[in-house]
Design a protein around this ligand. Structure first.
Ligand SMILES: Nc1nc2c(ncn2[C@@H]2O[C@H](COP(=O)(O)OP(=O)(O)OP(=O)(O)O)[C@@H](O)[C@H]2O)c(=O)[nH]1
Ligand SMILES: [Mg+2]
Ligand SMILES: [Zn+2]
Length: 355
């Protein structure tokens, strides 16, 4: 019998289940998503579940369960079941949907910490890190930077200098699978019942690190010669594993970045240390690009704000504005479509009354 509190089950989720019309069924957490089948961990063990017709056709694919979701299902066999409901999502990690400007798709949900994994050979990139941080903090998830492959050698001064504007906002771990004490320190950092998603480019060592933390070869990892160091997308699915007496780890396939999926730029300003400066600008709606009395531009000029950080801010802000403009456009289209449907319905009702 599984103890679901180790998987993050808590009172809030229990109360949410109580308010579902299907509250007398079993609940569990989605550990892996296959095409139409969901692996669900419940108190009674692992179940292979499918969605009810209502869920399949009544929801859009973005609303289908994803790794980390808590679902309500009815067992139909010893290890098979049908999912009737999904408990409300919180702390979801999103990525932009392929081929759209505004669509977004959850990668993992009910996440407490996100381990942003970058390898110290050639993957370390502070601009990419800032981007991940904004997206993660926007959802109320705690970002943690994990720098892997320290054994291959790296320029410590360069790394710590590049991180100086971010290090107060995030814990940083430098690891190597060849240094068990570093893996042990990271394991101690993970609390019981906590959910951690591992994210970063392919080949940086996410699955290797999860295996090392679990002290078992649970996940496939790639064979890469140390001379080339290039990854080839070894992991192809998001998969949840339980760390003994500890938290829940979610491995994800390599991704370079997610694309900004929030129209709110407050988190961005705070991550890049712009928030305090913004308050001191002469104009309340200052765009910090060419206005007189702009405290942000002044900080760039006198060197208190690094130009590279300022440029990164402008770039990410543009993306954020673009995302919210596209979302706005989409909503407008949906509203006008709903309005015309109502109009035709009213017309039809009038005609029928008149007959
Ligand atoms: N030298 C060294 N190699 C490592 C370390 N961690 C991982 N590797 C190697 O890096 C390669 C890629 O590791 P994976 O764990 O498969 O990488 P991944 O991030 O899961 O990649 P995807 O699944 O494609 O996203 C493997 O050959 C690992 O052995 C480390 O700390 N030091
Ligand atoms: Mg992997
Ligand atoms: Zn300004």
């Amino acid at each position: 019998m599984n103890n679901l509190s180790l998987y993050g089950w808590n009172n809030t989720l229990f109360e949410q289940k109580q308010s579902s019309q299907f509250n007398n069924f079993t609940h569990g957490r989605v550990s892996v998503v296959h095409r139409t089948c969901y692996e669900v961990i419940s108190e009674e063990g692992l179940f292979q579940c499918e969605l009810t017709g209502n869920m399949l056709y009544g929801k859009s694919p973005e609303e289908y369960p994803c790794t980390g979701d808590w679902v309500i299902f009815q067992p139909i066999d010893q290890d098979k079941g049908i999912i009737f409901d999904i408990l409300p999502r919180s702390k979801a990690l999103y990525r932009k949907k392929n081929g759209t400007v505004f669509g977004r798709q959850a990668i993992a949900v009910h996440v407490d910490k996100a381990f942003i994994v970058q390898s110290l050979d050639d993957n370390f990139n502070v601009r990419r890190l800032e981007r991940f941080m904004v997206q993660i903090l926007d959802e109320g998830i705690i970002p943690v930077l994990i720098l892997t492959k320290a054994d291959l050698g790296f320029d410590e001064a360069y790394v710590s200098d590049s991180l100086k504007h971010l290090s107060e906002k995030m814990d940083v771990f430098v690891t190597s699978i060849h240094s068990p004490e570093k893996i042990d320190a990271l394991r101690l950092y993970i609390n019981q019942g906590e959910t951690i998603v591992f994210t970063g480019s392919s080949g940086v060592g996410k699955s290797t690190l999860i295996n090392a933390l679990c002290k078992k070869d649970i996940l496939d990892t790639s064979y890469i010669s140390e001379s080339t160091g290039k990854g080839r997308h070894t992991s192809t699915r998001r998969e949840m594993v339980l760390l003994d007496h500890c938290g829940v780890l979610i491995d994800t396939p390599g991704v370079r970045e997610f694309g900004i999926t929030s129209g709110n730029t407050d988190t961005l300003s705070s991550v890049l240390n712009i928030s305090d400066l913004e308050g001191a600008c002469h104009f309340i709606d200052c765009t910090h690009t060419n206005e007189p009395g702009c405290a942000v531009l002044e900080a760039v000029n006198n060197g208190t704000l690094e130009e590279s950080v300022y440029k990164s801010y402008l770039k990410l802000r543009n993306e954020s504005w673009h995302f919210s403009a596209s979302e706005h456009e989409k909503r407008k289209k949906e509203r006008s479509f709903a309005k015309s449907v109502r109009f035709f319905k009213d017309e039809k009702d009038q005609l029928e009354k008149g007959q």
